[in-house]
Write a protein that binds this ligand. Structure first.
Ligand SMILES: [Zn+2]
Length: 308
């Protein structure tokens, strides 16, 4: 598991480039092992990847290297998750074979889905598929957010144990929806936001920390959101709810992996070290988030023209 210490891959892409595909998005919550990957979606992105380089040959090689690195981190992770023999075992195994075989057509490479194997798994823990998904989300939403007076809001609740996590996440979604409604109807504040659910694992205490990161348009909406959140969760620590103006690149930050595979841990000596999140804890998180959309546009978000 040691290689997991550096799973950060970024998809760099000029803004506004069309890399979107509705079919691909549908596969985001795909836990069905037998489902074929959506055609013309992740594959299209892979092709654009090949084209993005300075020249076709070197660009393709660099992109292949990046993908190989993602595979290198994904396979041991998916293997150790599958070995837990839990309800997601088949889905974890699909990740081991994600984009297993590539075919070249002219100067384009795509995952070979002929024969049923070798396509994209579409799972959220897969680093190969995450790279594609992050690039797509940035293309869809970053241009809209650039026109906002953006505030980054972090909404937390007190940590919960593994058994409580699914219910806690359900409750957070309900609370957010209620807060949004109250802000619009009662507070009479225009509310536009982009929300993302994250969950980290506290290795010292052994519990879980689900939280929302939200980019809100305008300070009034951002402050109202925190106020309403604390009404729903009076036991949440007010100081733990964070509001700050968005810096450059906030949208990109938002779309990164929804759960950190590596967490920072403070040792007794005070030093901060990185530690890989144990597969047992990741499995709890992935099961709790099963079938859920992790990133969700709120009112007023529209996909960019051409980004479908
Ligand atoms: Zn995959």
């Amino acid at each position: 598991m040691a290689p997991l210490a550096a799973p950060r891959t970024r998809a760099r892409r000029p803004a506004g480039q069309n890399v979107g595909g509705r079919g691909a998005r549908a596969s985001e919550g795909n836990q069905g092992p037998e489902r074929a990957p959506a055609k013309g979606s992740l594959d299209t992105l892979a092709q654009l990847d090949q084209k993005a380089g300075p020249s076709t040959a070197t660009g393709a090689a660099a992109k292949l290297q990046k993908r190989a690195r993602s595979k290198f981190f994904s396979v041991p992770l998916a293997t150790s998750l599958a070995e837990l023999r839990g309800p997601l075992e088949k889905s974890y195994r699909n990740t081991i074979y994600c984009a297993h075989r590539l075919v070249q057509e002219g100067d384009q490479l795509r995952a070979d889905v002929a024969g049923g194997a070798g396509g994209y798994c579409g799972n959220r823990w897969c680093l190969v598929c995450s790279r594609v998904r992050i690039a797509r989300a940035i293309t869809r939403y970053a241009p809209a957010i650039e026109g906002w007076r953006g505030y980054m809001v972090t909404l937390t609740i007190p940590n919960v144990g593994a058994a409580e996590l699914p219910g806690a996440i359900e409750g957070m979604h309900r609370a957010f929806t209620a807060a949004k409604r109250a802000i619009k109807r009662t507070d009479r504040i225009t509310f536009r936001a982009l929300r993302k659910l994250e969950c980290t694992h506290n290795q010292v205490r052994g519990d879980f920390h689900p939280h929302f990161h939200v980019i809100v348009d305008g300070e009034a909406g951002a402050r109202a959101l925190v106020r309403r959140w604390l009404e729903a969760y009076p036991e949440a620590v007010a100081a733990a709810q964070d509001v700050r103006p968005c810096g450059a690149g906030s949208a990109k930050e938002l779309f990164k992996y929804f759960t950190k595979l590596v967490t920072k841990v403070q040792t007794k000596g005070g030093a901060v070290i990185s530690r890989v999140t144990p597969p047992e804890a990741l499995d709890v998180i992935f099961r709790a988030m099963r079938g859920r959309r992790v990133g969700a546009p709120q009112t007023g978000m529209h996909a960019q023209p051409g980004a479908r």
